[in-house]
Design a binder for this molecule. Structure first.
Ligand SMILES: [Zn+2]
Length: 517
């Protein structure tokens, strides 16, 4: 949280994957019926009374936390500055009071909604809208309390920083409010924000588009009583939108900022694979394939999807994407008309899973209606295996018994290696699936002693969403703040070591501690 005498802003409010995994897994989750109790008690949310939704608050909840370290009672927050739609930055917006607006780019707002429409309905990741909950019984935690959700849907207020909502098409506005047409639903139109005024925030704000592995990412500038503070969000220079990051660096440096809050995910990495390398290496691997090809990458990384679309065109294959990827592309096109139009793109088809939901949601119905002629099923893939690149991840492999891939099919892995024990277990399962169906693997990390490594000859199939160490230090030196505050990093001291001798003072924040500048 950024705070001065004038006001308070939250800089993202994400789902804390690492801490969540320390306590929870698929079958052990925070209890929706306990509302805010579980995430507060387990340290997944900060104990800030006054910023959360009333409907998730059992009576007497705050008595338990008033003596907790870092407890505070706040009467007003100006908003959340959302840098991009990855859930580790946006997920816990779900818990915030609806009178706290979310500032973002239009693309981030739309992707967040598309992800929520087509994703799992977890109560702790509903960033754009939610159903108001109501405690059925007094919260005696010896019994199982139950939150019913028979109330209307509520849409959160988003203030768009980069385009005027009035300039959006009717379809775009319809997309934003779709699902909220019931009489009782509280619908919120997109609002525009004049970022250099005090209209809706106590701070003058600046929004800078940057390059990251999801479209719509931005950095933020906030003018405080101590000077400009810049927050990088997640950032890289080596992707397709690298020029955005260059423009951000120049504009941020021009503000002569007091402080730069910068991510450091890959601060110890010396260099990064570029998206162009992914295309070259992917093309090389897939050109020589004679049977079915499966490409495994993060579907929200639209740039990667377009890279594999280019490879599909080049190799005369069709890219089979999942309905939720089609929905994301369709959503992106509402704002970025250069995004391929699935209905007239001969190299894209949509893979409909073998056992579909009995009553599809409105987003799935819209995909089936709009792209009826583009739908393929397992038997279509089975009959013409050498004509497709199927975009699956580990979680879609249970489709293979229906597709019946021929021995020697190719699995191209274009994502990141495992980062924790749970992911390592999934990777062993992934290898087991591929060996069972006799796939050739390309770019897939293999277990070498205690670590996982991609074989030397198969590297260069994943361009990270985060800048390398030299790029991050270059961003820091060029923006040249008085104070640099690393976040989102396991090795923040790397900034201290490498910026010694410059005017930049690196301040390492304590977890949940305060820094006064
Ligand atoms: Zn991210």
């Amino acid at each position: 949280m950024l705070e001065d005498r004038e006001g308070k802003l939250l800089l993202d409010f994400g789902f804390p994957y690492k801490r969540h995994k320390e306590f929870y897994e698929e079958y052990l989750k925070p209890r929706p019926g306990a509302g805010l109790l579980d995430p507060l008690a387990m340290g997944l949310l900060p104990p800030l009374e006054g910023i959360y939704r009333d409907d998730l608050m059992p009576p007497g909840l705050w008595r338990q936390f008033r003596t907790a370290p870092h407890y505070r009672k706040l009467d007003h927050i100006d908003g959340v500055l959302l840098s991009h739609a990855h859930l580790d930055h946006s997920g816990h917006i779900a818990f915030l009071s609806t009178d706290i607006p979310v500032f973002s780019t239009a693309t981030t707002a739309f992707i967040a909604k598309a992800m929520q429409d087509s994703g799992r309905p977890d109560f702790d990741q509903e960033a754009c809208y939610f159903t108001q909950k109501e405690l059925d019984r007094p919260p005696d935690w010896k019994q199982e309390a139950c939150l019913s959700s028979n109330r209307a849907k509520q849409q959160r207020q988003f203030r768009i920083a980069d385009v005027s909502p009035e300039s959006l098409s009717a379809q775009a506005n319809d997309f934003w409010t779709r699902g909220f047409w019931e009489k009782t639903a509280k619908q919120k139109a997109l609002a525009s924000e004049y970022l250099d005024s005090h209209l809706n925030s106590s701070f003058p704000l600046r929004c800078f588009p940057v390059d990251h592995s999801i479209p719509g990412a931005c950095a933020w500038g906030m003018e405080t009583g101590s000077g400009w503070i810049i927050y990088s969000g997640d950032v890289r220079k080596h992707g397709k939108r690298g020029m955005y990051t260059e423009r951000f660096i120049e504009a941020a440096a021009g503000l002569r900022p007091k402080a730069l809050i910068i991510e450091g995910t890959n601060i110890t990495r010396k260099q990064n694979v570029r998206e162009q390398d992914v295309y070259d290496n992917g093309l090389k691997a897939i050109s020589s394939a004679t049977g079915l090809v499966i490409a495994d990458f993060s579907p929200r990384d639209v740039d990667r999807l377009l890279t594999f679309l280019s490879i599909a065109r080049e190799t005369g294959r069709k890219l089979a994407i999942l309905p939720k990827d089609a929905y994301l592309l369709k959503t992106m096109r509402l704002l970025e008309p250069e995004t391929p139009d699935i209905s007239c793109e001969p190299s894209i088809v949509i893979y409909q899973k073998t056992i579909a939901a009995k009553s599809p949601d409105h987003w799935m119905r819209s995909i089936c209606k709009d792209y009826d002629s583009k739908i393929v099923v397992a038997s279509d893939i089975h009959r013409a295996q050498d004509e497709f690149i199927v975009c699956f991840s580990f979680w879609d492999l249970n489709e293979l018994p229906s597709i019946q891939p021929k021995p020697g099919s190719l699995y191209v892995f274009s994502s990141s290696e495992p980062h924790d024990e749970e992911q390592e277990i999934d990777f062993r399962r992934l290898h087991a699936w591929l060996e069972y169906f006799q796939f050739k693997k390309f770019g897939l990390p293999v277990e070498v002693g205690d670590t996982w490594e991609i074989p030397e000859a198969e590297r260069g199939l994943h361009a990270s969403g985060h800048a390398s160490g030299p790029d991050l230090l270059d961003i820091a030196r060029k923006i040249n703040p008085e104070i640099l505050i690393p976040v989102h990093s396991q090795y923040p001291e790397h900034y201290v070591d490498n910026l010694a001798g410059t005017r930049i003072k690196v301040s390492l924040p304590e977890p949940r501690g305060a820094l006064y500048i």
